[in-house]
Ligand binder design. Sequence first.
Ligand code: XUL
Length: 518
Amino acid sequence: MLGLGVDASTQSLTLLALDSEVAEIVARRCVRFDQDLPHWGTRGGQLIRDDERVGEAPPLLWVEALDVALHELADELDLGRVRGVAVAGQQHGTVYLNDRAARILSSLDPKTVATAQLDRALSRSTAPLWTDSRTSAECAEIRARLGGASAAARLTGSDLYERFSGPQIRWFARNQPEAWRRTSHVALVSSFLTSVLTGGLAPLDWGDAAGTNLMDLRRRQWSCAALEATAEDLAGRLPTLESPGHCVGTLSAYFCERHGFAVDCLVHIGTGDNPAAALGAGLRDEGQALLSLGTSDTLSVLGQGLATLEHGHLFVAPSGHDMALLCFRNGSLTRERTRDRFDFDWAAFDEAVAGAPAACHGHHLLPWLEPEIVPRTTDRGLVLSAGFPGEDAPISCRALLEGQALAMERHGRTLGRLTELRAVGGASQSTAFLQIVADVLDCPVQPHSTPDGAGLGAALQALRPVLRGRRWQELVSASTVASQARIVPRQPEAYEVLKKASQQLERKALESRRAPTQ
Ligand code: XUL
């Protein structure tokens, strides 16, 4: 039987069909927003805005991408064989629906594209994303109302962060009060697409809800205090909360008739891309750690009753464990921009990296092309060590990867001693990068079966209500295997001096930039 995972990430939407008999992905379709749907005018999956702090996308773009990807997949696969579907969504982003939404969702006409019909269901045509950083004032206000950063983190799993859903909602309610009044439901990316798939307002799972600053993490309920601190009359506008094991229902007639799914095809609850990636990399025991290299790079570890982190978050993994996570905003877009600066493709980029020695003769940088999350800073731009040879391609490319790995090492110490990192995400295919990570963190790195960790996690979730219990666990183990040899540290000592220098560069940069939210 087949399970279909939908990975709605920042720059693309990917479908993965997992065959439970062979425990393998048997079909994949990826729609890249900028290249494949250029009429939406996105760059890096986001609308182009003058205000650099704004990161937003039209939610209907994702719906169109879903329709297009399904249409293409149906050419190669009988979608009637799919028994379950589940979504992994980029976290934190919010979609605003009006009081017509429930009716429109439940009566989508398969003869007309969904985008044209759903247009009337939105109270805001754009969704702020995790890349949005315009909510510093809202964060400060909510944080103060909740009794400070530590109290907020103890309650919701994280201090207030600009990209989290709660601050986004407060910003919207304050700045567009009319449109907020017309909003009767606020979905996250995962619950929005699950609503479209099921034809009804879908619940949100604990994993994604932990990225809102609105859920009481220990009680797994919306927190009245956090809701009150965020916006008026919020309680009735949020999705219900459910466990990561919850099955929402069946696919709507729209998808069955338009794409040939069976009428009893189940839809499992969606989750965030990071919790999904933890499942897709086969994490299920305390202490297991994940490196996900995507638009953002994230470093996470599973545990029970974990303490809150100064610069990080506690989410909930599909296994039910706490998932401590650090999110580095400057991930693949930063790598892509450096590659493009030298007009390289990835092979040439890796060659350039190999052309410079470990630790780049002491040259180093902080990769903050976008305002960074870990550590928090609102300014943007690479921060270079004195005398950095900016025109030297091998040094520039290698120093970028080393700068990213050094930040992971420095801030990742708060996650405890890591004994092995499983790696997923596009850049996990670069052995050069993984070797740098292994050396800098002095920890073996194991690339995983598919770089599409979140998509595989979603495909596994899709079959959770169908297989259940032990058979499902067996499928998780069989499909989340290593893809190639483990990469072991080869020259960790080469980075000892650089670690201190990089830490100093960061301290100085933060002092001079004075991150306002700290
Ligand atoms: C995690 C985060 C990103 C997004 C986009 O907190 O903001 O990883 O989920 O992938």
